[in-house]
Write a protein that binds this ligand. Structure first.
Ligand SMILES: O=C(CO)[C@H](O)[C@H](O)COP(=O)(O)O
Length: 261
C-alpha cells in the first residue's frame, strides 16, 4: 500500500507509526497538524478501527479534524477534554534541547495551546528536522490582521534592537491573498537564519500587542521520534517517559516491513 513512498515519506511514516504505539486505551490525545502528523492520524485511525482503541482525540486544526473524520476518529474540543495525556505533533526544526520551530503549516497557535495543556508532548519528525541551532527555517509569527503593518514594523524594530541576523518579516501568502489561520489571523515569517537566544526572542515577540503567538516551542517537547528513510527510527527522550529516558533508544527499530502492508 505504501510501498512506493519516497524516503522522506517513509521516514515520516515510521516516526508516526512508532509514536502511536505510546497511546494507550483511555488516553486523551492531542493530534498535531502537517504532513507528518497526517501519518500519525492515519496510523491512529487504524488502531481505533482494528484494535477498538478508545481515546479522546483533540485536533490542532480544521485540517487535522477533517483527516481524523476521514479515518473514523471522533474528535473532541480541548475544552471538552479539559486536559490531555499526550500530544503528538510534527515540527519544522528541533535542537538537542528539544526546543522547536513550528508553524510551517500555520497552525502553531492551536498546536501550542494543545501541547501546553498536555502532560507530554511527543514530536515526530524525519531526520532532516534536526538542527544544531534553530532558525534556518523561517520563524512563523501569528498576528491579528488589524494594524498588521504596525505590528510588522514593531517586530522588525525589535529584531534590529536584538541584533539578530535577518530582520525581514514576510507576510505569508495564499496565492494573491494573505494566508489566514483557523483563528482568522495572518502569519509573518521571520527569516532569521539562526536564533541565538530563543527564550529572549520568544518573550520579546509575544510582548508586541498585535502578536498572538510565535512558533518557538521552548521547554514544551518531551521527546522526538526521529524517522529515517530506510525505515529505522529512534527516540530522543529527555523526559524519561519514552523508552526509559535513553537519548537514542530504539535506534535499531525498523518498521520498514509495515510499508509492505
Ligand atoms: O507546525 C506545524 C504546522 O503548523 C507542522 O507540524 C510543521 O510545519 C511540520 O510539518 P510537516 O510534518 O508537514 O513537515
Amino acid at each position: 500500500m505504501t510501498g512506493e513512498l519516497s524516503p522522506i515519506d517513509r521516514a515520516k511514516f515510521v516516526a508516526a507509526k512508532k509514536a502511536v504505539e505510546f497511546i494507550e486505551d483511555g488516553m486523551r490525545v492531542g493530534m498535531g497538524t502537517g504532513s507528518t502528523a497526517a501519518w500519525m492520524v492515519k496510523c491512529l485511525g487504524e488502531r481505533v478501527r482494528d484494535e477498538g482503541l478508545k481515546i479522546t482525540a483533540v485536533p490542532t486544526s480544521s485540517r487535522t479534524a477533517k483527516q481524523a473524520a476521514e479515518v473514523g476518529i471522533k474528535v473532541s474540543t480541548l475544552d471538552e477534554a479539559k486536559w490531555l495525556d499526550l500530544t503528538i505533533d510534527g515540527a519544522d526544526e528541533f535542537d538537542a534541547d528539544l526546543n522547536l520551530i513550528k508553524g510551517g503549516g500555520g497552525a502553531h497557535l492551536q498546536e501550542k495551546i494543545v501541547a501546553a495543556a498536555s502532560d507530554q508532548m511527543l514530536v515526530i519528525a524525519d531526520a532532516s528536522k534536526s538542527v544544531e541551532q534553530l532558525g534556518a527555517f523561517p520563524l512563523p509569527v501569528e498576528v491579528i490582521p488589524f494594524g498588521g503593518q504596525a505590528s510588522r514594523r514593531l517586530i522588525e524594530e525589535m529584531l534590529e534592537d536584538m541584533d539578530v541576523d535577518g530582520r525581514i518579516a514576510s507576510l505569508r501568502m495564499n496565492g494573491d491573498v494573505p494566508f489566514v489561520t483557523d483563528e482568522g489571523n495572518h502569519i509573518l515569517d521571520l527569516n532569521l537564519r539562526r536564533i541565538g537566544n530563543p527564550v529572549a526572542l520568544s518573550a520579546r515577540l509575544n510582548q508586541i500587542p498585535g502578536v498572538v503567538e510565535n512558533g518557538l516551542f521552548i521547554d514544551i517537547c518531551d521527546a522526538v521520534v526521529i524517522g529515517h528513510g530506510d525505515g529505522r527510527c529512534e527516540v530522543l527522550d529527555l523526559s524519561g517517559n519514552f523508552n526509559g529516558g535513553s537519548q537514542a533508544d530504539g535506534a535499531g527499530d525498523n518498521l520498514f516491513s509495515e510499508l509492505e502492508d
